[in-house]
Design a protein around this ligand. Structure first.
Ligand code: SF4
Length: 234
């Protein structure tokens, strides 16, 4: 895209600081059901489901965990079977060998250092084998204590299209978003972008004509509307 066009598009929609609240409000209105799609009934199940969700879909994980959580209820249960059995039980989520190793390492540390419970502290979560920043972020946010903003492929794409970041690296994108998004919205914000990314701002073919953000988005393929935006003129 020519630089002059990008510049004009950014000028048309206005500063990102002024757009972020209307973006959140409109997305909340059109996706009132936005939230984590992974099913869990405890902190341990949440942690396991998020660990299994790497490189696969939430639907796929939910199918696997429906049986898994009936069989493995406590950290000890993951260590009571041979690794090959756990590998078979999570096979359908892909990367089953690495995930089995991570699950067994995590369960061992939970038992040895945290009394068999999922720790509250973000840095403790990050010490668990196979738990990277994204997993720790999701777990903390779902427990009502977000310490950052989850950046997945949808969050990355939409943040860039909406002109909220120019970065490519997920950690730098997260830093940009944390400076921009009000703290009380850190937990819901990624869900709003993820659901909008799945339903409207699709990777290959964004449905800009149907998008409630098309007058706030510098990447919109819809011609700029001449009418002023009431939220921005307040
Ligand atoms: S206007 Fe188009 S590019 Fe922008 S957020 Fe909506 S669907 Fe995505």
């Amino acid at each position: 895209m020519p630089r002059s066009y990008v510049h004009e598009a950014r000028r048309r929609v206005g500063p990102k600081r002024e757009r972020v609240r209307p973006i959140i409000e409109r997305l909340r209105a059109v996706h009132p059901d936005a939230g984590i799609a992974l099913r869990s009934r405890s902190d341990l199940e949440l942690l396991v489901a998020v660990m299994l969700s790497a490189q696969t879909t939430d639907v796929n994980v939910n199918k696997v965990t429906e049986k898994l959580f009936a069989k493995y209820r406590r950290p000890e249960d993951y260590l009571a079977v041979q690794p090959a059995e756990l590998e078979r039980d999570i096979f359908a989520t892909g990367f089953f060998r690495q995930k089995t190793k991570a699950l067994r390492g995590t369960m061992t540390m939970l038992l040895e250092e945290f009394d068999g419970r999922v720790p509250d502290d973000f840095d403790d979560l990050l010490r668990l084998p196979g738990v990277a920043r994204k997993t720790a972020n999701v777990v903390s946010a779902e427990r009502g204590r977000p310490v950052g903003i989850v950046v997945d492929t949808h969050v990355r794409r939409l943040s860039q299209r909406l002109g909220l970041t120019k970065q490519e690296d997920p950690v730098k994108i997260e830093q940009d978003l944390m400076r921009l998004v009000p703290r009380e919205e850190w937990a819901i914000f990624p869900h709003l972008l993820i659901w909008h990314g799945r339903r409207v701002c699709i990777a290959r073919r964004p449905l800009c004509e149907e998008c409630v953000l098309n007058d706030l988005c510098p990447s919109s393929r819809v011609d700029a509307a001449p009418a002023p935006r009431p939220e921005l003129s307040k």
